[in-house]
Design a protein. Sequence first.
Lengths: 280, 446
Amino acid sequence: MDKTLRRWAPLFVLPALICFVIAFLVPMIMGFVLSFFKFSTVTDGVFVGWSNYKRIFIDMDFIKALWMNVRFTVVTVIMINILAFFLALLVTRGVKGTNIYRTIFFMPNLIGGIVLGWIWLLIINGILLPKNATIITDPKYGFWGLVALANWQNIGYMMVIYIAGIQTINKDLLEAAEIDGANSWIRLKSVILPSIMPAITICSFLTLTSGFKLFDQNLALTAGNPARQTEMLALNIYNTFYTRSNFEGVGQAKAVLFTILVAAIALSQLALTRQKEVEV
Amino acid sequence: MMKKSIVLTLVLIFLSTTLIFSAGTKEDAAKEVYFLNFKPEIASVYEDKVAPAFEAETGIKLKVVTAASGTYAATLKSELAKSNPPTIFQTNGPVGLANSLNYVSDLRNTEFYKILSDKSMALTDGDRVLSIPYAVEGYGIIYNDAVMRAYFALPNKAVALKSPEEINTFAKLKAVVEDMTRNKDRLGIQGVFASTSMAPGNDWRWQTHLVNVPIAYEFRDKGIATGIETDDFDFKYANEMKQIWDLYLDNSTTARGLLGSKSVDDAMAEFALGQAAMVQNGNWGAAQILGVQGNKVADSDIKFMPIYIGVAGEEFDGLNVGTENYFCINSQVSSEKQKLSDQFLTWLFSSETGKAIVKNDLMFITPFNTFKDHELPSDPLAREVIRWMNKSGVTSMPWAFSVIPSGEWKNNFGADLDQYINGRMSWSDVAKRAVASWKVEYDLAH
């Protein structure tokens, strides 16, 4: 049985592998190669060496987008994880009707980013109406609007992961702690948190990378306005590639830097939180 | 055994990918013209009228794809890289053409080039004809004559003028507009000017069209001919632009802070519904006025006046007339497809059916010798453009913006205009940055 499985495994991997190669591997390699070319359509270019990488820094746009993105990611990682964790605690207390709440909290995650962006654009512009302002009047509004949107979209999803983590905690452990006189704060700090470290690892990884990769919401909500002050990395790369003529290669070079940067950050975060995981 | 199945897997990957890619190229053989349309406001005409009529008469399929407002360059870029690329696409002038040079074919020997009345209007490179204009357009301030008549009939009006026809300088325009704002309740309008649309992608009426007026005056003073690219731009008439910009903003249907949520469609709808008396736009906007449900403006009340900014002698200047609509035929599709494309364009602008659609639905003022006078479009704005072009003692303003060095310049300028609206940037900074950005972008492009 095992042997047959092993023999045919490559065949069953095939469909996914083809998709992976066509939709991920090939474009990624092409993108890397294209970052050294000057081109206007991706099938037709001239080799220019490192010049695209140098041209990234002819203005401060990329750095500004990076800084905006870092601020956004720090705020959202903290907020989403804390809120999602407490929601998970609330809905695992065995109160009646929690399943309904779980479903409701999860639902925003099922809506696509562009649609969400438009919905929140209406909401936020409505809120700002009495102040005679719109979301693109002031970069502050745009920033907090994006934070609100990211929270609303991701908290439910992270909550589900935390619920799964909380449900694996050994009940005996909690009971023993309670008998030993641990109050709820100590139980949380010394029992629950260490036991759900794997969930924390995965949730912080997901929120961190999605914070850096955020694109559709950024495009739909503010499109980087006012004056590019709410433009984050992915949108900056898109704008460089598509709206500046002769900058296609530069956009590609930015994308390569972006990939390296996000991979580096995410890997170090994984290493960090992994250390804290405990075997029970 | 293990190795065998890996080999088998690889062979299968290879086969299936070849299948997928060859399926893509098969379509190429179909008798089809693929037209990438630039104008979203008339996309439905191409799809519902032009394509069926062309197929009925010639048996050739017309595939129309329309890029969303403000995304033509991006859409074109990705469509051109596909295995079934557009055969006809549009460029906006010399600057845009420079980016597609590998994709434009020589149109010298096409039927389409033969029907162009003034051959000098085409964009050329030496002997090669690369791009042919298909519509002459004009823009200025569109006004609702019914509201204007009501205003000029007011007993308490503060100006001595008697009709909108007499407005021919910025000073007169300002006096009338500000007095109209004081009387807006009586006139039944929410503001004189429709919203100064600043929503993302909707600022082209300002960062391209309005700024054209000061640029054109500056180039005229310096003797720089239209269509010649230059890095010699100092924004000499920045203060004049500020005057008209403030006038638009202060006499608007919408408060400054809320303009960030307004689109061009919103502005056109306000005009069509009679909430605003004036809106800056061009004759392409006719469909957007006539097509609004509940449209309250009679055709005969839709009139044009030039954009006056306060430059001496401006009473002798007319609407901004020019074109940024040029067709190119893709040089990288088969020569058969290039011929079909030529056939389509010639059909559209010279067959009876094609011309009728151009006149009545697309509403283009065309530069082709196949159109007789009575075949010019009959919508109110096109008629007004023609009237202004032929008005004695008045010269049309050229479209100097065709040499704005890059789209980036326009985006930066639009963003700065928005910053100015929200009080986050002074006008002198807006002007300074526009000049600096022009130099930077010009150097990058040359």
